[in-house]
Design a protein around this ligand. Structure first.
Ligand code: SF4
Length: 298
């Protein structure tokens, strides 16, 4: 609720709420002393000085600024169960594992993850990089962690490895628009070297700390097929140590009755030293992806 010190609301109206919230997370955080609300056709996010809340989107265009501020206040101060919130609980600033597990939707998970502090990786990274894709997807791809580009753009698999993945997926007959793409760990781990940021593998404690996000993501999405890209993604999904070369390229029954498939991480293909091995391994990767897509039909 706005208080006497901060009587005015910052109101941001957009037709792309999710993209704006994610790309502007740092800037929005700077607005914290002042209550603010982001209103969009598909959903609303507000910060009332104490807590975040997500709510239904705001219908209609062309409202004058005074009406928008009035609407922002009514959304932000409405009680749970009101039409705006439709029973949606406040989003805690720093969620714990129980908050994560109780998330009813992928959008709710994404909102909570913005402020995750469950391990130290959130400190140096720019932002949380949550999974993205088709919320009705029957196939999920689980990588390791966001890289430099993903950290800057706030989206998974958009750097060089992501571009290679897109190409291979297309060649295998898949389509990113029909999939859900995520990582085992949602913050970029790196060491600075000059003006570069060098990728570091997340350790077991960091993978475990981040596991509630992936587990809930998979529970909510309930995919038929889970493709594990590399050892970190595979260990996070299977909950044990994995040797990719031993377990790749074959269906693995998962505890929830769905199908798992282990393959390499596309960054492995980029690191190969010569063209011959690059071509050979890329072909095997496409074959694995094709196998995963075929499993959807089974
Ligand atoms: S890496 Fe995962 S557990 Fe650690 S702060 Fe980021 S989202 Fe939270």
């Amino acid at each position: 609720m706005p208080d006497a010190r901060n009587p005015e609301w910052q109101v941001i109206r957009t037709s792309h709420a999710s993209a704006l919230i994610d790309s502007q997370a740092a800037a929005l955080a700077d607005l914290r002393p002042t209550p603010w609300v982001v209103m969009a056709p598909e959903r609303t996010l507000c910060w009332n000085g104490q807590e975040y809340r997500f709510g239904p989107g705001l219908e209609g265009d062309g409202a004058d600024p005074a009406e928008i501020v009035a609407a922002a206040r009514s959304i932000a101060t409405a009680g749970a169960g009101n039409e705006w919130w439709d029973g949606i609980a406040p989003v805690r600033l720093h969620p714990d594992a129980a908050d994560v597990a109780s998330s009813p939707s992928l959008a709710s998970l994404r909102g909570k993850a913005i402020d995750c502090r469950m391990c130290d990786l959130c400190g140096p990274a720019t932002r949380t990089v949550s999974g993205e894709g088709n919320p009705e997807a029957r196939i999920i791809f689980v990588g390791e962690q966001p890289g430099d580009q993903e950290d800057l753009q706030g989206r998974p698999f958009v750097g060089p490895a992501g571009q290679l993945f897109d190409r291979a997926l297309k060649e295998a007959g898949g389509n990113r628009a029909q999939a859900w793409i995520t990582n085992a760990v949602k913050h970029f781990k790196f060491v600075p070297r000059g003006n570069r940021r060098i990728h570091q593998k997340p350790d077991a404690a960091e993978i475990t700390a981040c596991s509630p996000w992936l587990a809930t993501e998979r529970k909510v999405l309930a995919p038929k097929v889970t493709v594990m890209l590399g050892v970190t993604g595979a260990s996070a999904v299977l909950g044990r140590q994995v040797t990719v070369s031993r377990e790749r390229s074959r269906p693995i029954p998962l505890a929830d009755g769905s199908i798992g498939l282990v393959t390499v991480h596309p960054s492995y293909l980029l690191r190969l030293p010569d063209e011959e091995s690059k071509t050979r391994e890329y072909t095997k990767f496409v074959t694995d992806l094709r196998m995963a897509i075929s499993a959807l039909a089974g």
